[in-house]
Structure formats: C-alpha cells, structure tokens
Design a protein. Structure first.
Length: 204
C-alpha cells in the first residue's frame, strides 16, 4: 500500500534517497551523492538526466552552466526570478548521482540503464506523493522515459496530458547543437510561452 501523501511522507522518502548507495554497492559508480531539491506543494516538477560535476559538489540540481541557462529560460517563461522558479519546482533526475566523466574528459557519461532502473522508484514515489500540476521534461532521456521514443522536433513546443500537463524541453547544455537551428529555437520559445501560461494558472 503506498504511503499517505503528506509532507512527512515526502521528507521520509527524501531521507531514504539521500542514504541510498545501491549503485555504489553494485559497482556502477564509485560514490553516492543523490541530488534533488524541492518541497511539498510545488506545482511544477522538473525531470533531468543526471547531476553533473557542479551538482556533485553543491548537491543542488542544475547548479552548473546548464543550470544557469535553465534559470534564464525559466525567467523567459514568466517566473519572476530563478529563485521563484526553484521555489515552485521540485527538481529531480532519472539518475540521482553523478555518473562520472567520459573517457575523453569533455563531457559526462550517459546514465547507465542499471542506474536509471535503480533510481526509478524514487521518481515514481515523488510523483505519486506530490501529484504536480506540470511535469517539465528536460532532454531526450527524460522525455523518452515518459513519452516513449520520438524526436525533439516532434515534442518541444507541444504539451501532453492533463494532470500533470507534460512540457518537454531540450537540454540547456552548451554542448547541445540542437538550438543552432532557427526552427528549433522557435520550438523552445513556444514551449516557454506554454510554461508562462501554466505558471499563471498555477498561482491563481
């Protein structure tokens, strides 16, 4: 039987997640540093891919360069500030710990399927407890987890579902070249306009 949806239940779940070392014990990663943020009652829920090196140190989601770009997007989406966006948004990821750097040292490893599977129950439980109004999916992996296979071009700029409303976004990483295309930048602007409307509705 699932736990009753209460602030105490969320705090208990968060404490258990912070103590998780399943992937370390399985030899998938060398150290555990579960990273997420948010409080009870947040109307928005954002799902990313995995923490990066900056998040590994700060234990704050999207605290590196990609996070600064995400904050700028959210201000363009109608949030009065990055602080308001983070106050109204529970931020999690498919993999809760930093997966490590790639061999070339010019990027992070893609989250291993085993780690994503190990972390899935944390995400499912958070969504069940919080029942957010809006689910923001950042990047192809997060989008595919909820919407199945598909291109960014067919997803960004559209919304899906009703409760929660799902709004896909590209990843704000500087390594992504997807936004070099004018049509894709227009798709992002459409998605941010949708978020602006949803934010206004959530605060009524």
């Amino acid at each position: 039987m699932p736990p009753r949806a209460t602030p105490a239940a969320l705090r208990k779940l968060q404490a258990a997640c912070r103590d998780c070392h399943v992937c370390v014990d399985a030899g998938i990663i060398p150290e555990a540093n579960p990273t997420f943020s948010g409080v009870w009652g947040a109307p928005f829920f954002l799902v990313g891919q995995a923490p990066g090196p900056a998040e590994r140190e700060s234990r704050r989601p999207f605290s590196g360069r990609a996070g600064k770009e995400l904050d700028r997007w959210m201000v363009r989406a109608g949030f009065t500030s990055a602080e308001e966006f983070r106050r109204l948004t529970y931020i999690a990821a498919l993999m809760r710990c930093f997966p490590g750097r790639n061999r070339a040292g010019n990027g992070d490893l893609r989250p291993p399927p085993a780690a994503v599977a190990n972390c899935a129950h944390w995400l499912d439980a958070e969504l069940e407890l919080l029942k957010p109004r809006v689910l923001v999916l950042v990047g192809q992996m997060a989008i595919a987890r909820f919407l199945g296979p598909g291109t960014l071009e067919s997803r960004v700029g559209r919304k899906f579902g009703e409760r929660p409303v799902i709004v896909p976004l590209p990843h704000p990483s500087g390594q992504s070249r997807w936004l070099n295309d004018h049509a894709n930048r227009a798709r992002l602007e459409k998605a941010l306009a949708m978020l602006a409307k949803l934010r206004a509705e959530a605060l009524v």
